[in-house]
Design a protein around this ligand. Structure first.
Ligand SMILES: C[S@@+](CC[C@H](N)C(=O)[O-])C[C@H]1O[C@@H](n2cnc3c(N)ncnc32)[C@H](O)[C@@H]1O
Length: 331
């Protein structure tokens, strides 16, 4: 719950300094936007805002910091940006829906967006966090193409596919691909968009949540079978540890021999975390490289390699199945 910043408890002496630094930063960013320099405003905000937010979290001052931000004129200004606005209002019940992701992929503002909103959107969707999302799509498309080009009848599974924009321009959309691509997502509207965009191609859309995936057998009539490539981008950032481990164990079971499982997670030190949480109300379950690798090992991965994206916002782990090829799903 947000409490008023007007009456900070006397036993919390750090808050006034934090508030002063936060106010200077927000004033400065708003002044840049006033001068038509939105990109500079967000350059200015990025890391310092995340650092102040980390300080607020570390000293249990998040409510006070949020109240200050929400009362500042910058908060109303940036809500003209459809990307920020959609995250904050959550029309599908959660931030980071596939429509929001399209704002990053396409960079196109919806009709009715003000000129200032368009300018701010150009800055927010091309911040380093946005660039990390764009990089992720390029990486996924390369992995998809690798399977399509090298494995006859290759099978690929995207878990929490959203609109699956990485398929655009991929070999899955060409006659070369004679395998099967399965796009799985819980959101019926996102599934409908994937069906529309991939009609006539070897893409199967499965509207299913991960809990249902876990409840079904791998093989047999109800199961999805096994794959040469399984990946999930933009999902683990929402999964608590036990569910992340259970899902990873299940996805490992769904690999064909020699198959690859690629998972992505935003890291705690991501440069845009402050803005996302304070202005967009978009908290993520972040993991650093060590924690993400440990989760994978606990899930039974036989091999784990990991790397960061060029923007240092996302950690990737690539997993192979355990020795038996089939690991048990931990309780
Ligand atoms: C941030 S988007 C990522 C979409 C896409 N993978 C991408 O990278 O653009 C998150 C997606 O996860 C889906 N999702 C969230 N929780 C899910 C769950 N429990 N089961 C299946 N899909 C889920 C949402 O519907 C949404 O499409």
């Amino acid at each position: 719950m947000i409490t008023s910043f007007d009456a900070p408890p006397a036993a919390r002496p750090l808050l006034p300094m934090l508030a002063a630094r936060l106010t200077v930063l927000l004033d400065d960013a708003a002044a840049h936007i006033d001068r038509g320099q939105s990109v500079n405003a967000f350059r200015l905000l990025g890391a310092p805002l995340s650092a102040l937010w980390a300080e607020a979290r570390g000293s249990s001052r998040t409510d006070e910091a949020l109240a200050l931000v929400r009362a500042h004129r910058l908060f109303a200004l940036v809500r003209q940006d459809p990307y920020t606005e959609r995250a904050a209002t959550k029309p599908r019940g959660y931030a980071g829906d596939a429509v929001m992701m399209d704002y990053v992929y396409r960079g196109q503002a919806p009709e009715g967006t003000s000129a200032l909103g368009r300018e701010i959107m150009a800055a927010t969707t091309r911040s380093p966090m946005g660039l990390s999302v764009l990089y992720r799509r390029v990486l996924l498309r390369s992995l998809i193409d690798d399977v399509a080009a090298s494995i006859d009848g290759g099978r690929i599974l995207s878990v929490a596919s959203g609109h699956c924009r990485e398929l655009e321009g991929s070999l899955v959309m060409s006659p070369l691909f004679q395998g099967e691509f399965v796009a799985l997502d819980q959101d019926p509207l996102s599934c409908a968009e994937v069906s529309r965009c991939t009609a006539g191609h070897r893409v199967r859309v499965v509207q299913q949540g991960v809990r249902e995936l876990l409840a079904r057998p791998v093989d047999g009539g109800e199961g999805l079978g096994c794959f040469d490539l399984v990946y999930s981008a933009g999902l683990y950032d929402y999964l608590p540890e036990v569910l992340a481990r259970r899902l990873t164990a299940r996805l490992l079971q769904m690999l064909r021999p020699g198959g690859r499982l690629l998972l992505a997670n935003f890291v705690p030190t991501g440069s845009g975390r402050g803005y996302m949480e304070m202005f967009m109300d978009w908290p993520l379950i972040v993991r650093n490289e060590v924690a993400f690798r440990e989760m994978a090992v606990a899930a039974g991965a036989g091999s784990v390699s990991s790397f960061h994206d060029p923007h240092r916002n996302v950690v990737y782990i690539e997993l192979g199945a355990g020795q038996t090829g089939r690991s048990e799903v931990p309780a």
